[in-house]
Design a protein around this ligand. Structure first.
Ligand code: FES
Length: 158
C-alpha cells in the first residue's frame, strides 16, 4: 500500500483501460486502486464509473461490501481490538476505549497524521488467550493497557 499517494487520474485511467475488456473488471480495478492508494478515493470511483459505465452506487456498494477494500484513507498501521464476546468479557472494551482516547479517534477512524487506523475486529478464534488485538493483521494476545501502549509507542517511532 502506498499511503496517501497523490491521486493521478491519467495514470489510473491507463490502469482501468488495461482491465476494462476482461470479464468482471471491477474487482481487479478496485484491487489496483487499493494497492496504489491504500483506499479507493472518490475521484477514482468517479473515473471507474465513467470508464466502465456503471453507477457510483454500484462501485461504492462493492467497495464497501468487501473488507479488503476501504472507501476512506487508512493509516499506515491498522490496529484492531477484538470485541468478540470472550475478549469483551476479558476487558477488550477498556482497551478499545483507552486506544481511542490515546489516539484521539474512534473505531473506524484514522489519526490526522495518517499513522493509525482503528479497525473493527470481531472474534478471531483466539478466545482462550484474549483479549486479543491485531496489528496489521498480526495477532497479539493476553493484551493489557501497558502492552498496548508499548506497541503504539514502538510503531510511532518507526
Ligand atoms: S472473542 Fe476475541 S478472539 Fe474470540
Amino acid at each position: 500500500m502506498n499511503h496517501l499517494k497523490e491521486i493521478d487520474l491519467k495514470q489510473f485511467g491507463i490502469i482501468i483501460d488495461r482491465f476494462k475488456d476482461i470479464k468482471g473488471p471491477l474487482i481487479p480495478i478496485l484491487h489496483e486502486a487499493e494497492n496504489l492508494y491504500g483506499y479507493i478515493p472518490i475521484e477514482i470511483q468517479n473515473l471507474i464509473s465513467q470508464k466502465l459505465k456503471i453507477s457510483n452506487a454500484e462501485i461504492n456498494g462493492v467497495a464497501s461490501f468487501y473488507t479488503m477494500f476501504h472507501t476512506e484513507p487508512t493509516g499506515k498501521y491498522q490496529i484492531g481490538i477484538c470485541t468478540g464476546t470472550t475478549c469483551h468479557l476479558n476487558g477488550s472494551s477498556k482497551l478499545l476505549k483507552h486506544l481511542e482516547q490515546s489516539l484521539d479517534i474512534k473505531e473506524g477512524e484514522t489519526t490526522s497524521d495518517g499513522q493509525f487506523t482503528i479497525i473493527p475486529v470481531k472474534c478471531i478464534g483466539n478466545c482462550d488467550v484474549g483479549p486479543n488485538i491485531t496489528v496489521d493483521g498480526r495477532v497479539h494476545n493476553n493484551m493489557n493497557i501497558k502492552k498496548l501502549d508499548k506497541i503504539i509507542e514502538d510503531l510511532s517511532k518507526r
